[in-house]
Design a protein around this ligand. Structure first.
Ligand code: ZN
Length: 452
């Protein structure tokens, strides 16, 4: 009998609804057999002994900004995908900005897709954008295979990606509903945030806390309530990205109860960092919506534990260090966006599993199974099952480590988690049966051999 490509022996496999011990047999990039509670008789060309280790379906990061082409100096497919592999992610959905051109036409999609194909060492899909000028291009983007469309309800910070006013949102949602695709929205109220920011600036108040107060939870609630009403009328599937508060999550839960097809995502930083951390760490912890208070973090964990949060995405949105500075102490001037793609699983294990007794199955559900289901990749991805892609993260749950700058694979090694000690570390990542990361090293560079 010929040998199999890879056998992972005696690991503890975690899916969204089970934890079991056994062997995983991999051939041609797929899981060919799962043998429970006993040793598989056959031989592998490569075998991994996973005794005392846990095997997760590889994370699917539904929200990253790798900024290529156009702003590759901020991050890129090579550096970004390496950081994901190091953190146990096997698939990413790249956001339509801050690349240039943004992914709002077929031409832009093709440019980006070609680069991702050459450079990414994990699997990927691309988001398309909804902007005032591209209603007529939504269909061609859909045909290209975008995972969904993303719109901003407030300014994106990037001139070439305009936010959508209510009329564009409505028309876009009618179209996206026809395509049976999903609209994801950055939901903050332009009116509320502009007005409060102006008041703060006039008063000379520009510290971290002032920035946070200029983008209150109310601003998210207003925008989410509005877009939910459009989803109800148009029947468009809706995904709320980076909800910072359980109050926003509750609004989504109530909408689900009356039949609106909506899902909600939050990010590891809203579950682990506070406004006080932002004041202490500085611009590296600046994001929008901003970090919230300690009580909000706990309330968000409760929403997570109760099953109300569908997806955890990193919203990895890096920029060069020069841009992550608060000139004259003015936090409004620093670029917003947190680098976190490499740390998602570690944050959830440390803050969720170890500190708050969150079951591992729930972590798998929100980081892999639900993103696969929501965006049409399940059961090819998002689980450990016969016939599924062999996309796996092998995790040492009990290993302590302190995150150092030199551990980061990002183009710019900054992150609000530098210096933090975690319990739980990804030790190997397998993408379609191929080991891409093992023992701290990237061992496959994809098709791309040199750092651009
Ligand atoms: Zn984002």
């Amino acid at each position: 009998m010929s040998a199999f490509d890879l056998i992972i022996r005696n690991g503890t496999m975690v899916t969204s609804d089970s934890v079991l011990r056994g062997d995983i047999v991999i051939n041609d990039g797929k899981i060919e057999k799962i043998v429970e509670n006993e040793s598989f008789e056959g031989e592998g060309l490569r075998e991994i002994d996973a005794t005392d280790l846990y095997i997760f379906p590889g994370l699917i990061d539904s929200h990253v900004h790798f900024n290529e082409p156009g702003r590759t100096e901020w991050e890129g497919f090579q550096t970004g995908s390496r950081s994901l592999a190091a953190g146990g992610a096997t698939t990413f959905f790249d956001m339509q900005l801050n690349s240039h051109p943004p992914t709002i036409t077929k031409h832009a999609f093709e440019l980006k897709d070609k680069l991702a194909k050459q450079k990414a060492i994990v699997d990927y899909r691309l988001w398309g954008g909804l902007v005032p000028s591209n209603l007529e291009y939504l269909e061609e983007l859909h045909e290209c295979g975008v995972i969904g469309f993303k719109a901003f309800m407030s300014p994106s910070g990037i001139n070439e990606f305009q936010n959508a006013n209510d009329q564009i949102l409505y028309k876009g949602m009618e179209k996206i509903a026809q395509l049976n695709s999903v609209l994801a929205v950055h939901a903050e109220s332009t009116d509320i945030t502009n007005q409060l920011a102006e008041e703060k600036r006039k008063a000379g108040k520009t510290a971290a806390i002032d920035f946070c107060e200029s983008r209150p939870i109310l601003s998210e609630i207003e925008a989410v309530a509005r877009i939910l009403s459009y989803a109800q009328v148009t029947g468009c599937k809706l995904h709320i990205v980076h909800a910072s508060s359980s109050q926003v999550v509750s609004l989504v839960t109530r909408a689900k109860q009356i039949g609106i097809d909506v899902t909600v995502e939050t990010c590891p930083h809203y579950l682990s960092l506070t406004t006080e951390d932002f004041s202490r760490i500085g611009p590296v912890a600046k994001c929008a919506p901003p970090l919230r208070g300690k009580d909000e973090v706990e309330a968000l964990w409760k929403s997570f534990a109760d099953g109300e949060i569908d997806i955890i995405g990193s919203d990895h949105s890096p920029a060069p260090p020069m841009m992550k500075q608060a000139e004259d102490g003015d936090m409004f001037k620093a670029w917003g966006g947190i680098s976190g793609a490499q740390s998602t699983l570690s944050v959830l294990l440390e803050e969720g599993y170890w500190k708050r007794n969150i079951p591992l199955e729930r972590i798998v559900e929100t980081t892999s199974t639900n993103p696969a289901k929501r965006f049409g990749l399940y059961p090819q991805k998002g689980t450990i099952a016969v016939g599924s892609d062999a996309d796996l993260a092998i995790v040492n749950l009990t290993q302590f480590y302190r995150l150092n700058e030199n551990d980061l694979f990002y183009r710019h090694p900054h992150s609000p988690y530098v210096g933090k000690t975690f319990r739980g570390k990804n030790v190997a990542t397998i993408v379609k049966g191929k080991i891409v990361f093992e023992n701290g090293q990237i061992i496959s560079s994809g098709q791309y051999e040199t750092i651009p």
